[in-house]
Structures are given as C-alpha cells and as structure tokens.
Design a protein around this ligand. Structure first.
Ligand code: SF4
Length: 92
C-alpha cells in the first residue's frame, strides 16, 4: 500500500495529472507494465504547465515514490545527490 504524503499547494490544481489515472503516476515494481505506466506519466509531465514547480516540490519534500515533475524516484535521488555534491540548497 502506498503512503502518499504531501501538502496541497496551489500549483497542483494546474497539473496535467489532475484528471489522469493515478496508477500511471504511481507504478508498482519494475515490470514492463510499470515501466509503460511511468513512461505514459512522464509524457503527461512533459506537457504540464507546472512541471518545474512539481519537480521542485518533490525534491524539497523528499517525495520518494511515484512520478513527480517528469522524474522517477530514482531520478530524484540522483538529483538530490547532485545538489548535495554541488552545495545547492534543496530544503526551504
Ligand atoms: S509535472 Fe507531472 S506529476 Fe507534476 S503536476 Fe505536472 S503532470 Fe502532475
């Protein structure tokens, strides 16, 4: 069972995923089906008007599951590591 923990922010209402199938954005496992769902979600993100706000939010609030801002959890971990190495601030 997923524990999706986030606080609502205004930009979220403008997200391209508002009316999309939630399962696409929270694929389970690494099966072909899950990868296909993740890719479909990422395609929606790439057209989303708030993709930057979404990725920023996911990074600073440590969203550790699902597709946020066009990234998987593994991709966000990589971004966080890069931020830490380069001294960029990720928490507000
Ligand atoms: S970037 Fe993706 S996950 Fe974030 S609000 Fe837009 S469609 Fe939803």
């Amino acid at each position: 069972m997923l524990n999706i923990d986030f606080e609502q922010e205004d930009w979220m209402l403008e997200g391209g995923c508002v009316y999309a199938d939630t399962d696409l954005f929270f694929p389970v496992g690494s099966s072909m089906k899950a990868m296909k769902q993740a890719n479909e979600a990422k395609a929606i993100c790439m057209e989303c008007p708030v993709v930057n706000e979404c990725l920023d939010y996911a990074i600073r609030t440590n969203q550790d599951s699902g597709i946020w801002g066009g990234t998987t959890e593994e991709e966000r971990k990589s971004i966080r590591r890069h931020y830490r190495k380069t001294g960029l601030v990720i928490n507000r």
